[in-house]
Design a protein around this ligand. Sequence first.
Ligand code: KIV
Ligand code: ZN
Length: 514
Amino acid sequence: MGIERITIFDTTLRDGEQSPGCSMNLDEKLQMARQLEALGVDVIEAGFPVASEDDFAAVQAIARECRKPVIAALCRAIPKDIDRAWEALKEAARPRIHTFLATSDIHLEYKLQKSRAEALGMIREGVSRAKGYCPEVEFSAEDATRSDWDYLVEVFTVAIEAGATVLNVPDTVGYTVPDEYGRLIGHLKEKVPGIDGVTISVHCHNDLGLAVANSLAAISAGARQVECTVNGIGERAGNAALEEVVMALSVRRDAMPFTTGVKQEAIYRTSQTLANITGNEVQPNKAIVGRNAFAHESGIHQHGMLSHRSTYEIMTPESVGVRQTHLVLGKHSGRHALAKRFEELGYPLERGELDKAYKLFTKLSDQKKEIFDEDLLAIVRDGLTHIPETFKLRALQATAGTSMFATALVTLLSDDGEATETAMGDGPVNAVFAAVDKLTGLKGKLLDFRIHAITGGADAVGEVFVQVAFDGVTQGGKGASTDIVEASVRAYLNATNKVLFARRAAAPAATEMR
Ligand code: KIV
Ligand code: ZN
């Protein structure tokens, strides 16, 4: 028997994006979708179009742009959701409607107030409606692992009769264990008529830390699609981590004879792209992509590694795209070297972008002796974003001390020219934000503030992420600098400029509607 291929269904942009602190705007979702396409996932679940206008727009944009993978859109098994999902998906090269309904008695009784028979009717109608639009239809029995097994057989039988091509068996609340989940897949394979003609999919949450183990057990029992997310983000404790599923299948092919279409060397970059977009750093000991995943600290381990890497290493860092951080460029490196390095890092820059990047690079090399790959990535992320800078930072001064109020003086440049304001605050960051608010005329409420050092050493570049609410609209922002107060104000201004940009973009639509 040959090695079978497992379909990797990525739901970072849907289930992952639903988790706290992981929301992304349209540009960020598109950036992530491009990276997922480069990673080689088979299916990108791009969103839940009926949930909001933003979700709809993201699914539509991804469907238009990402032509290689299947693009899936989620919808409940109700007509308005299905119609909306199709509307968003219809320009996709390879669309898939993913419709779902809860099937456990707990959900039927307390959430849907439907009988089992009524739910079967909704599944038949929902799947047939989706099939009328699109040849590829996935049906998910939400909370499958707490559903009655014989009822699940009925559910999936109806879904197949109505035209489903993929049957998903979600462990919605992360409750199952590997042996039980494998047996459930086996039971369905044995009892559901026609199941051999469709793909069995699994979707595991990580509430007991078993999402990846459960997914692998399901593969061994006959599942051929795994739903997962980059860095394992997702509702509550998250979803099965894509990088762990893929690498477990790759490293242990002897025990599990399956392959995937994922380009392993792009795993680390994909993980970093997501972390940078959302501002959620990967936990250091996270398998495959954590900072310590390939670090060997103890003397015995280091000795072993020096004698032969295989003593303590079951896969190389390079196999997932982790390279030793090394000095890449210095103050005197030219534009050509910079362009080449960006290209190697996966960011071929256009002329205008390179000009801007080079300016930022020379400015940074005045502040910092050594420029690392991470610094260059910070330049692309923070310096080359396409949000127009309605307000630009021109100058900043902040003072703070133990027994005094902090004060700040900020100068911003806008179409109206330069303006300067001063403000006081509990600390220098608070004071500069207050000065920025005075200059922009907006009142921001800081919801989240995170800072981390991108590179090591006393002259490290610090990166700040903020979440700010402006009149009830929450916007994320990020900024990087060797000075953390400057990084903070850049992050805050980034959020301010985003909200102003979004308001301008929404303005013509509002006028049209009148
Ligand atoms: O966890 C879950 O059950 C889901 C479904 C909608 C697939 O995310
Ligand atoms: Zn889920």
